[in-house]
Design a protein around this ligand. Structure first.
Ligand code: TA6
Length: 299
């Protein structure tokens, strides 16, 4: 899809395409309610800021890689058709292969409530079937308004059922990680990836004072990131899943990552809407599956 073809999806004074120095194309949405930046490489929201807010919803690393085949560190990376390591041990990349490649724009729309919707997608090809031997259509619907809505829609276009795991691996911007509490997980069981996959139960809010990498299972309600340092709360309403992943790399892992500054661990937290860990999703031949998240900032 060349730049001229993309421009067919422009909406005057609302949705524009911008070519970026490193060869990527961004979708810039600016409507009466909010501003958002979305990368067509990786199908990834990089910025969302309601007009009423001074700070972005999302964290993006200053040292993020913008290179074909690499993931952009920050925003909302899409992990699909697996979360974590390749479950079939075929040597596929961590967190799947769609955050590392170009998506097509397939729709854009100005909605009656003043929001703007854009849709991107991809389908199986010789290249994807080498990594994951299944036919599919994948699309991401992004709606930018008072809230940010993201829906990841998997269509099984083959003749056999497929099993996937997936996540919206959202990096939220926080003022200072020491003043952040994740609410809504009290009493919920989790797998602790920094303690040999021990099964534990959350007591109270999640606070971060060391490396945290947890897969919470059986999550039913809304989650809230209460950030006292920015004086705001982020509400996360998810559908199509009962798993939430909470990740902060803390000091040593942040320092070891080439695409994070040493002190970035204080400025971010990942709270992920996922079908992951024990929760995988089987999609029957010819069916589709929706994983949805809506993010609202309150201050
Ligand atoms: O979602 C948490 C996690 O799987 C961590 O285990 C950590 O490996 C992280 O994601 C890596 O994310 P990245 O975007 O660096 O690939």
């Amino acid at each position: 899809m060349n730049f001229d073809q993309l421009c067919d999806y422009e909406i005057e004074n609302e949705l524009q395409f911008v070519e970026i120095e490193h060869g990527f194309t961004y979708i810039e949405i600016n409507n009466a309610k909010a501003h958002a930046t979305i990368s067509t490489y990786s199908g990834q929201v990089l910025s969302f800021r309601p007009k009423s807010q001074k700070d972005d919803l999302l964290f993006v690393s200053d040292k993020a890689y913008y290179e074909d085949g690499k993931a952009i560190k920050g925003g909302i990376p899409v992990c699909w058709p697996w979360f974590g390591a390749d479950p079939e041990d075929r040597g596929g990349p961590a967190h799947g292969f769609v955050r590392n490649r170009q998506w097509e724009v397939t729709g854009s729309e100005s909605l009656v409530d003043g929001s703007t919707k854009v849709v991107m997608g991809m389908a199986d090809s010789d290249v994807t079937r080498e990594i994951w031997p299944h036919p599919f259509k994948l699309s991401i619907e992004i709606t930018v308004g008072d809230s940010l809505k993201v829906a990841l829609v998997t269509q099984n276009t083959g003749n056999e059922s497929v099993t996937i795991s997936q996540a919206l691996h959202t990096y939220f911007y926080v003022g200072d990680i020491g003043e952040v509490r994740v609410q809504g997980l009290d009493g919920i069981e989790y797998i602790d990836k920094v303690d040999e996959l021990a099964e534990k139960t959350q007591s109270g809010s999640v606070t971060i004072d060391g490396e945290v990498d947890r897969i919470y299972t059986g999550v039913t309600g809304e989650l809230v990131i209460d950030d006292e340092s920015l004086g705001r709360k982020i509400r996360i309403a998810s559908r199509g899943c009962s798993t939430a992943v909470v990740w902060n790399p803390w000091i040593e892992i942040a320092a070891s990552m080439g695409d994070l500054n040493d002190d970035d661990y204080r400025k971010m937290i990942c709270v992920e809407t996922a079908n992951a860990g024990p929760e995988t999703v089987e999609i029957a031949a010819g069916s589709e599956y929706r994983l949805e998240a809506e993010y609202t900032i309150e201050s």
